[in-house]
Design a protein around this ligand. Sequence first.
Ligand code: KG4
Ligand code: ZN
Length: 367
Amino acid sequence: MSTPLRTVLALETSCDECSCAVVQDSAEGFVRVLSNAVYSQIELHQPFGGVVPEIASRNHLDMINPIIQSGLSESGLGWADLDAIAVTNRPGLIGALLVGVSAAKALAYTLQKPLLAVDHLQGHLHSLFIKPQRQCDLHWATHAPLVVCLVSGGHTQLYFVEGPSPAQARWVKLSESRDDAAGEAFDKCAKLMGLPYPGGKHIERLAQGGRADAFPFPRPLPGDTLEFSFSGLKTAMLNTLTKQGYKPHVFGDLNPQSLPQGHVLHDLCASLQEAIVDTLVSRVVRASQQKGARAVALVGGVSANGRLRLKLSQALGPGVEILAPDAAYCTDNGAMIGAAALYQWRRGEILTGQTLLTLNAYSSSAE
Ligand code: KG4
Ligand code: ZN
């Protein structure tokens, strides 16, 4: 028996992106994106070197209605065509999450549609199920079972995914970071070097032409663990800069004279990137060998990193394909929240009627 195709409007406001997407089930069990409107607050937070929670929530308040209008009109659909509303309700900045949750509750209640509460991490993971992707689509018959590495600014986790079809995929969490996320290590070290927020893409750009073995940044947790640890890299960067005679940038105005420039900056970026990439690659390869994976997928903002993709493909060899969603679905977006919501709906995890008004926002996944 075939289930009717469902259309969901999804909101994402957990951090510094305000997004509204309209997505639809496909007959094969994948997800079609009809629209994916995203407003990024990055420029607002840049002067502070990181996301300021109060600025984030205030800006979400200004942007939520216009972004909902864009998401709906770009989809070509009207309110009556929607079957449900979805929203990220954890983990994230509580004030930012509350804006999306309140808007979603108001929409679902007034339109009398069900509400789906989505974990942001499930959103990143389900970005893999969006089709078509420009570069590499997930083909269940040839790629499953697969290992998925979620690498974002807030999380670093490994999952094993198996099952008879995408609609019946079973996710098992294999490991995560004991402390900082890989993206956090990029961002915090970038800030110490005086680079703009978010630092990952600037470090990748400056690493080109730098020597990856110029500075010995640590590769923590040796041995055959699948766990990650990145918090030591901040201290290592701080000590390296100080030892080289620079004044690491912690807060206040930038003083370019006291910060690394030229080839030293290139070498620092290349060496730091190599340490983070080596740690990620060793765990992903180990997990894929242990689990007999036929493909490996990278999801989350750090998966945009070219050095990570290159070193991973070299380490995995030709037998295991690397999948990564298009850039638009790697960084925070509403489409991935809608994708996770469609899978949740299949499992019956929906809120209806008066109960949907009790939905709350939570800063962590565990609450
Ligand atoms: O998934 P995402 O948009 O937001 C979170 O849910 O955290 O990921 C943002 C993270 C930031 O830490 C950013 O520095 C990192 O992704 N990032 C990169 C690159 N592009 C974004 N890290 C390394 N290389 C890149 N090219
Ligand atoms: Zn994210």
